[in-house]
Design a binder for this molecule. Structure first.
Ligand code: ZN
Length: 101
């Protein structure tokens, strides 16, 4: 009788361990929830993909300091010259004026 009890207890423990492993695996695996638009994980993945696409897309070099900035964030100066900031644009304007005079 004691042996049977022992076997039952061991089986219970093993079942518990297997169940917890199974739960952990199903949490990690992409379930229906991760394909939902409102799932935070899916949103993060989408943002990552979009961010990468944006940075791969267009980087322009600031002609004043050489910093690369995304084209959407850069400032331009009439022609195709790009600047990383208002400061750089001002700097180039001033120096080019001085150069001409
Ligand atoms: Zn700059």
């Amino acid at each position: 009788m004691q042996r049977i009890l022992l076997v039952v207890v061991v089986l219970l423990i093993v079942w518990r361990i297997l169940a917890s492993i199974g739960r952990r695996l199903s949490e990690k695996a992409p379930g229906a929830d991760s394909f939902s638009r409102f799932s935070p994980e899916a949103r993060r993945r989408r943002q990552q993909a979009r961010g990468e696409a944006r940075t791969m897309e267009e980087l322009v070099e600031c002609i004043a300091c050489g910093t690369f900035v995304p084209a959407g964030r850069s400032l331009t100066d009439g022609d195709s010259r790009a600047f990383c900031s208002e400061d750089c644009r001002h700097q180039v304007r001033v120096s080019s004026k001085h150069g001409r005079d």
